[in-house]
Design a binder for this molecule. Structure first.
Ligand code: SUG
Length: 417
C-alpha cells in the first residue's frame, strides 16, 4: 500500500453566483451582486486540476451538490417558487466548491486504528454553508467506502462551529509518516465571526483517535480574522516539514513554533513578516491560500493565484524567497479568478487526503481523459452567466439541475442524484 497525497478539488457547480453571503470574507462582500460566470468558473477549476496532474500529483474531484437545495427550503417551510429573499440565495450557493471546508482529514499514520479518518464539517456559522453537510457526507461515504482504509464521520454537533481542513495543518517528515496535527481555531475576530470553535477541533481530534502528545491547538490572532482571514488557510499553509505562515497568523506564534520544533526537529518555518507583506496584501492576494506541494522530482512548489503575481509587495517577497536557499523552490500560477471573487483560492478549492489512491472509489479519481469529459459536460450544460435576479428564473433552476445530472451520468454517479 502506497500512501500519497491526493488533492480532491470541488467541481464548481452550475449555480456559482455572487450573493455576498459571507460576513468577514472581504471578497464575497466586495463582489456581492456582480454577474457570475459559472461555465468559465468551472473550466478554470478543471484547468487547475490539469495543471496539477501534469506536475505528477494525484488528483481527485468532488461533485457539485443539488442546487437549488429544495430539501433545505422544504425543511424551512417554503419552496423555490416562494422562498423569501432572505434565504433564496443561500439555497443556490455553489459554496461546496471550496472542498477545503468539506471535512477534516487525519491520515492513517496518525490515527489509533490505522485508518484515514474524515469528519465532515458542520459549517454552521454561515446559513448558506450550513446545509452542505448532508450531501457532502453522502458523497464522502461513497468516495471513501472502503472501511478497511477509511472512517467517515458525521459532523460534530452544530453546538460548536467546524469549518474542516481550512483550519487544520499537518506537519510530517513525509506524507506517509506519522504527523503532528495542528488545529487552528478562532476566539475573537473584531467585527467578524470566528468560525472554528476549539471544542469542535478537540472533538475531532478525539474522534480520529489522534495521539494527544502529537496534536496541537492554536488560536488564530484576532487581528488576522479582523483583516479578513475567516479561515486559517488564508494566512498559513503547511506541507510535510514546512510551515509557511504570516507573522500575524496566530495569537501566540512563539508557543506554536516551540511546540512544533520540540515535536518535529526537522520542521522549517517560513514566516512572512508584516513589514514585507501586510495582512491586507496577504488577504487580497491569497498568498497563503496557495497549494504547497511536494513535487515528484523533489523540492516543493507553491501553486498561487494570479492575484499573488499582481500584488507588488507579495510578488517581490516571493521572488526573493525563491532566489534564496529555502525549501520552496518554485512558484506556479493558476487562474481561478471566478472563485477568488468569492474568497476562494487554489487551496480552498481542494481537500487533501493522504491515502492509497487504489482504495478510493475510482469514479472520484481524475486523469486528463476524464477531465476532458468533465470539461465537455461543463461547456455544453453550465450557464454562461448568472445575475442576482436570475435566481428567480424557473428556466435557470432547471438548467442547473439538468447540468448536474449530465455530469453525474457522465461519471456514472447516478446513486448520488
Ligand atoms: O465560506 N465563500 C466561502 C469561501 C471559502 C474559502 N475556503 C477556504 N478558505 N478554505 C466562504 O466564505 C461566498 C458565497 C457568496 O457570497 O455568494 C462564500 O461562501
Amino acid at each position: 500500500m502506497t500512501l500519497r497525497e491526493i488533492n480532491f478539488d470541488g467541481i464548481i457547480g452550475p449555480s456559482h453566483n455572487y450573493a455576498g453571503l459571507s460576513q468577514g470574507n472581504l471578497a464575497s462582500a466586495r463582489n456581492a451582486r456582480l454577474v457570475s460566470q459559472p461555465r468559465a468558473a468551472a473550466l478554470q477549476g478543471v484547468e487547475k486540476m490539469r495543471h496539477n496532474l501534469r506536475l505528477g500529483l494525484a488528483q481527485g474531484a468532488f461533485m457539485p451538490l443539488p442546487r437549488p437545495n429544495r430539501g433545505w427550503l422544504a425543511a424551512l417551510g417554503t419552496d423555490v417558487e416562494n422562498a423569501p429573499d432572505s434565504i433564496r440565495p443561500a439555497a443556490f450557493s455553489a459554496s461546496a466548491m471550496w472542498a477545503a471546508n468539506a471535512a477534516t482529514v487525519s491520515p492513517a499514520p496518525d490515527t489509533a486504528d490505522g485508518r484515514c479518518h474524515l469528519t465532515v464539517a458542520n459549517l454552521r456559522t454561515m446559513p448558506h454553508r450550513s446545509h452542505e453537510w448532508p450531501d457532502t457526507l453522502a458523497q464522502l461515504r461513497l468516495a471513501f467506502a472502503d472501511e478497511s482504509a477509511f472512517a467517515v464521520h458525521a459532523p460534530v454537533p452544530g453546538t460548536f462551529g467546524d469549518e474542516g481542513a481550512a483550519n487544520h495543518m499537518r506537519l510530517c517528515a513525509s506524507h506517509g509518516a506519522p504527523g503532528v496535527e495542528v488545529f487552528v481555531y478562532g476566539e475573537r475576530g473584531g467585527a467578524f465571526p470566528a468560525r472554528q470553535h476549539v471544542e469542535a477541533s478537540r472533538a475531532i481530534a478525539r474522534l480520529h483517535g489522534l495521539d494527544a502528545d502529537r496534536t496541537l491547538f492554536a488560536a488564530q490572532s484576532e487581528e488576522a480574522i479582523a483583516a479578513g482571514a475567516f479561515h486559517n488557510d488564508v494566512v498559513a499553509v503547511a506541507n510535510e516539514n514546512v510551515l509557511f505562515a504570516h507573522e500575524l497568523a496566530f495569537a501566540d506564534k512563539g508557543a506554536l513554533y516551540a511546540d512544533l520544533r520540540r515535536l518535529m526537529p526537522e520542521v522549517e518555518i517560513v514566516e512572512v513578516p508584516a513589514s514585507a507583506v501586510s495582512l491586507a496584501d496577504a488577504v487580497a492576494s491569497y498568498l497563503f491560500n496557495a497549494q504547497l506541494v511536494s513535487l515528484p522530482e523533489g523540492g516543493m512548489a507553491l501553486i498561487l493565484p494570479e492575484e499573488a503575481r499582481e500584488t507588488p509587495a507579495v510578488w517581490s517577497w516571493l521572488q526573493d524567497m525563491v532566489a534564496g536557499n529555502g525549501p520552496i523552490r518554485q512558484l506556479l500560477i493558476v487562474d481561478v479568478r471566478q472563485s477568488m471573487s468569492n474568497g476562494g483560492g487554489p487551496a480552498c478549492l481542494r481537500l487533501r487526503v493522504v491515502a492509497d489512491p487504489s482504495s478510493v472509489d475510482q469514479r472520484f479519481m481524475m486523469d486528463e481523459a476524464k477531465l476532458d469529459r468533465v470539461a465537455g459536460v461543463i461547456a455544453s450544460h453550465w450557464p454562461e452567466q448568472i445575475a442576482p435576479e436570475d435566481l428567480r428564473d424557473p428556466a435557470l433552476w432547471r438548467q442547473m439541475e439538468q447540468a448536474r445530472e449530465a455530469l453525474f451520468r457522465e461519471l456514472r454517479l447516478n446513486e448520488l442524484l
